[in-house]
Write a protein that binds this ligand. Structure first.
Ligand code: AMP
Length: 436
């Protein structure tokens, strides 16, 4: 696996590109989500929004690296797997490119319109998808201090993809972008303004691509435009966040400077008295890094009961496990507080939408979170709630004033849509706000 730099493996003949056909407009988008030791990718055909292939490279840099590539054209085929050390992101992306090429979907194809990158932190500057220039990349680098775990990996992914296809537009789609419409009253912490501004300390919010997609899909489900509805989106995955979306604009979200704030998550504590951290330092003698690990990796559901998978927690509750039961109750209590708070923030709520791994699949979480909220106009119909489906659907009874919905999220599709829209209309108007 040592192809020359800046080269992509040549494609096998494309399944939808016959040699006699007229030149085809570029219509594919590769979506890349680069983590510190993993790269997830999806190739989409934007003519019909279909997926052509998806894959995951994990444990990059270890002896036990693994690539799983799933071809999805023509009814799909069995996933293919490679194991053995993949040294870095460069090798990972080249291995993915080889797998795509073997399916006739090589990155050298003229059908590829752009590469869309998930970038976690765009600060205040990037409020929309942006074509990546040297200057944009520098700005993403400048934001590393507020996203030390995420932005470096995203930057590595971008540089690697640029080296592979230097001629192709590369677009950054920011997790924070959707939340840049939050009013100052919601975005500022009540701390000394000079200190906050000097260190860019404010509430940025994350999961924005999902909140944007789900709030729009929820409006669609209600037969309305996004401008006509106020929606509370509950993105409940291993990471979890809530947002209040008024007329298509985010006005409040639960994550803050980092993804640690807000809801109880799989491994993160969510809201906590900041004095707990001083206490841990002074009394327990823990370092800042140890506290960071405790609150981000060893708290939330895993800290409370040892498991962070909601399926396992529900099974334990069914078997009478009190620790799992208490963890579930704490999780739900926090969720309910946010639903109440966001109802107050919005004034009028048209819909509550559950999404992500837990929100889409865990009927008991949805039932418990909405239970007792009849005074807010919210209720869940037990039989509708028990339906399993990949489609957006209502789970509230007809009489309920507020629609409660399950709306599967699709961050890759949203990144591809935003990327394709930007490159299709030209990139003259990539919006850049005043500096933060
Ligand atoms: P995500 O981060 O959106 O991929 O969500 C991952 C989480 O979703 C897992 O940690 C589980 O807690 C939860 N999850 C996935 N499938 C189910 C399911 N069928 N029932 C309950 N929870 C689920």
């Amino acid at each position: 696996m040592t192809p020359a730099p800046s080269s992509v493996p040549p494609s096998a003949p494309s399944p939808d590109h016959e040699s006699t056909a007229a030149p085809v407009e570029p219509h594919r988008v590769l979506v890349l989500n680069s983590g510190s030791s993993s790269v997830k990718y999806q190739l989409l055909d934007m003519r019909d929004r279909s997926r052509l292939a998806s894959g995951l490279v994990e444990r990059i840099g270890e002896e036990t690296s693994r690539l799983v590539h799933t071809p999805l054209t023509g009814g799909g085929a069995e996933p293919r797997e490679r194991t053995g050390r993949i040294a870095d992101h460069d090798e990972a992306l080249k291995a993915a490119a080889e797998e795509l090429a073997a399916d006739g979907l090589g990155l050298d194809s003229p059908e590829l319109a752009a590469i869309g990158h998930r970038v976690v932190h765009g600060g205040l500057r990037f409020s929309a998808p942006t074509v990546i220039t040297d200057e944009v990349l520098k700005e993403i680098e400048r934001l590393v201090p507020v996203a030390p775990l995420h932005n470096p990996a995203n930057i590595t992914g971008i540089r690697t993809a640029q080296a592979l296809r230097p001629d192709l537009p590369q677009v950054a789609v920011f997790d924070t972008a959707f939340h840049t419409t939050m009013p100052e009253a919601a975005a500022r912490y009540a701390i000394d303004v000079e200190t906050a501004d000097a260190h860019r300390i404010r509430r940025y919010g994350f999961h924005g691509t999902s909140h944007a997609y789900v709030s729009r899909k929820t409006a669609e489900l209600l037969g309305k435009t996004p401008e006509e509805v106020n929606v509370i989106v509950l993105h409940l995955g291993n990471g979890a966040s809530a947002s209040a979306v008024a007329g298509g604009r985010c006005v409040e979200t639960s994550m803050g400077l980092t993804p640690l704030e807000g809801l109880v998550m799989g491994t993160r504590s969510g809201d906590i008295d900041p004095a707990v951290t001083f206490h841990l330092k002074r009394v327990a003698g823990m370092s800042a890094d140890e506290i960071d690990v405790l609150l981000n990796k060893k708290s939330g559901l895993v800290g409370l009961c040892g498991d962070n998978d909601m399926r396992v927690i529900r099974r334990r509750i069914d078997e009478g496990d009190e620790q799992a039961s208490l963890a579930f109750d704490i999780y739900i209590h926090r969720l309910k507080k946010y639903i109440g708070a966001y109802t107050a923030v919005l004034g009028r709520v048209d819909a509550v939408a559950f999404t992500a791994g837990v929100g889409e699949n865990a009927a008991p979480v949805r039932e418990a979170a909405i239970a007792g909220l009849e005074e807010l106009g919210m209720a869940v119909d037990a039989s509708l709630n028990s339906v399993r489906s990949p489609q957006p659907r209502l789970i509230s009874p007809e009489y309920a004033r507020v629609a409660v919905a399950v709306v599967p999220t699709d961050e890759e599709l949203e990144i591809a849509e935003q990327t394709f829209a930007l490159v299709s209309r030209g990139n003259a108007d990539s919006p850049v706000h005043s500096d933060n």
